[in-house]
Design a protein around this ligand. Structure first.
Ligand code: ZN
Length: 302
């Protein structure tokens, strides 16, 4: 068996110029929305419209103009060449705003072109951020969207707090000891799946320190040198994964925080065997191909 070639990492290939400077120019954004070229990506119940051939479903302004009321969150995403892209977050009603096939992003992401997957990930992160920030975190008053959907401002004039989308940093690390790598699994995962060691960065912490702390808490293994490899937006709902490769200083496994239900060392030969298995096959398996954990493993195998 041979190691699989490394594809561009899912959600990292965006065609958009975010054109952030336009966000405060209400007239320019409105002209992009109504000018006939806009592509509008709907999100409904955190699901995405998918066409019968697996592409991202988009609407023109004319198709949805009558629906873009105050209860629909519209976000200017940016420009791809001259084409403006917007997200439209529809209310979580029982029926879809426009009939179609709405799917969870990770269920369809490997079927669609990478640039479309990146746009859907961005749209998803923005719409969910709006859903979760309807009230001011300082005074509790209702907030409204501003800056073409990239800000929410408090409607209490005495407060006026403005909040902006936030991204939660997560470290995910392939820990190796010579020819072996350390993988673990959480009880909630599909049977047999083992992955690299991950956790949220805490306030006041560097990403390197977070790598060492998470490894120690989850596996008891101490790591030395920590090398940054790649990052991946992970809008479930608001993470940014920072992928690392780290060298183990110790090898005894002791799960301290019980976040993992199991953790073990696997050889390169083991991983080459696992990577050929489908998600429904029996035995040990690796995370899905769209996850950065697979990139870390594939890169190590090569
Ligand atoms: Zn407020």
């Amino acid at each position: 068996m041979i190691a699989r070639p490394i594809d561009p990492l899912t959600y990292t290939v965006s065609p958009l110029d975010r054109a952030g400077i336009l966000r405060t120019d209400e007239a320019a954004v409105q002209a992009h929305l109504t000018g006939g070229k806009a592509r509008i990506v709907p999100l409904w119940q955190q699901r995405h419209l998918v066409t019968s051939d697996g592409a991202a479903g988009v609407f023109s302004y004319d198709e949805v103009a009558l629906m873009l009321g105050a209860d629909v969150q519209t976000v200017f995403l940016g420009l791809a060449d001259d084409t403006p892209w917007f997200a439209a977050g529809f209310p979580a009603a029982d029926t879809a705003p426009i009939a179609g096939d709405y799917r969870a992003l990770n269920d369809v992401v490997l079927l669609m072109p990478g640039d479309q997957a990146s746009i859907l990930a961005y749209a998803r992160a923005m719409v969910i951020w709006h859903e979760n920030h309807r009230y001011c975190s300082r005074c509790g008053t209702a907030t409204v969207s501003d800056e073409a959907g990239h800000c929410r401002k408090c409607t209490n004039a005495a407060c006026g707090y403005r909040s902006f989308p936030r991204t939660d940093p997560v470290v995910i690390t392939l820990i190796t000891d010579g020819d072996r790598c350390l993988l673990g699994r959480q009880a909630s995962w599909a049977p047999g799946i083992y992955s690299t060691i991950a956790g949220f960065v805490e306030p006041g912490e560097t990403v390197e320190a977070a790598v060492r702390r998470e490894a120690e808490e989850e596996t008891g293994v101490e790591v030395g040198d920590v090398r940054y490899i790649a990052s991946q937006p992970w809008p479930f709902p608001a993470s940014l994964m920072f992928g690392f490769h780290a060298d183990a200083l110790t090898t005894a496994i002791r799960r301290k925080d019980n976040e993992l239900e199991d953790c073990r060392w696997f050889t390169r030969a083991d991983i080459l065997t696992f990577q050929e298995r489908t998600s429904t096959a029996p035995g040990f398996k690796l995370p899905n191909r769209y996850a950065i954990a697979r990139l870390l493993l594939d890169r190590w195998l090569q």
